[in-house]
Design a protein around this ligand. Sequence first.
Ligand code: FAD
Ligand code: EPU
Length: 334
Amino acid sequence: MLVYENVDLQPHNSFGVSANARYFSAVNSFEELRRAFQFAKEKRIPTYVLGEGSNVLFSRDFPGLIIKMALTGVEIDQASGVVRAAAGENWHALVSSCIGESLYGLENLALIPGSVGAAPVQNIGAYGIEIASVIKHVEGLDTRTGERFILDAKGCCFDYRDSIFKKAQGAHFVISEVTLQLHQDWMPDLSYLSRDKEFTETLVETPEQLFSLVCRVRRRKLPDPRLVGNAGSFFKNPFVSAECLEELKTRYRDLVWFDTNDPGVKKLPAAWLLDKLGWKGQKHGGAEVSSMHALVLINTASATGEEISVLADRMVASVFDEFGIVLEPEVRIL
Ligand code: FAD
Ligand code: EPU
């Protein structure tokens, strides 16, 4: 296991912001993962686990050890539909491989940036599907004991952009492998996508066509992090009570909202709230609200993490002042 000192994290986060890591190590095996935590314990420094950095904002230097998950390996068992992938594998590549092996269930989650190991952390979701629906189990290192843990989907406590791994009771779990249960039969979920104008103009009769459609819709709606630094949706979509929704509807006739499984709870698109307040194109230093999507903050050139964070705080304050709703960041801010 190699440990580097004073590493610039700029190539390791999709915002492309600079921040210094006191120590940095890319771990290739479970044993190296264990040793990395041992190293930090001996030095009495904090640790932070990093995948591909597409959902993090480094707002300042990190005084401890960044542990970059670089474990690789994929096993696909076509007959049973069970797929096991190591944490450092790329998520989109895995989606593509599974479709190539005629195993289905991941098509709607195509082109989500990041690693396999981070996918259960916020229960990645898009176009009506969440990874929770295909998780068989998640394995890794329990950093309290130094032993392996294994959790099934129920144990992961998945929710909208949430899981046990984001909570205090699961913060000591580091995911090294994810096992999925996919399907030989294709049972597409087109409900969310059918709202998109591109859907009505496209033939979607095969999993490959669905995969391509999802990629096209995403490329149209979201800036490409390889070209413009961003972390996708900066905030989660808020939930409000049905009464609150009725009150908002009287004030905003064009309000957009979505039903949830609970008739008393409605979901609002944070992008709509921000767009309504004219946030698209607003700037602070090198940080800007994307003109493609009001929920996406971009690094126009050389933004600092602090500038992005200040802009985000101003957006939260303005949504609260106008709508009385508190936006919560989806992006993990360090
Ligand atoms: P990182 O950013 O490296 O880490 C994210 C968090 O997970 C951190 O808290 C980190 O400590 C933790 N973590 C990482 N790996 C592990 C591990 N092995 N064990 C334990 N904890 C770990 N997300 C969606 O859900 N849906 C979308 O549609 C979507 N679209 C996006 C579009 C764009 C353009 C971008 C840039 C991002 C988008 N995201 C989306 C967010 C992002 O893709 C996901 O959150 C993804 O899972 C992050 O993976 P990562 O490897 O980059 O994680
Ligand atoms: N809208 C605006 N202005 C905009 C963009 C959108 O008013 O600039 C409104 C439109 O009315 C639109 C609605 O917001 O109908 C929803 O927009 P969109 O379909 O783009 O979805 P979203 O709610 O903004 C969520 C996820 C995305 C995911 C898509 C597709 C969250 C926080 N975001 O975005 O996930 O890809 O749905 O399922 O839940 C991410 O997590 O990083 C991410 C990109």
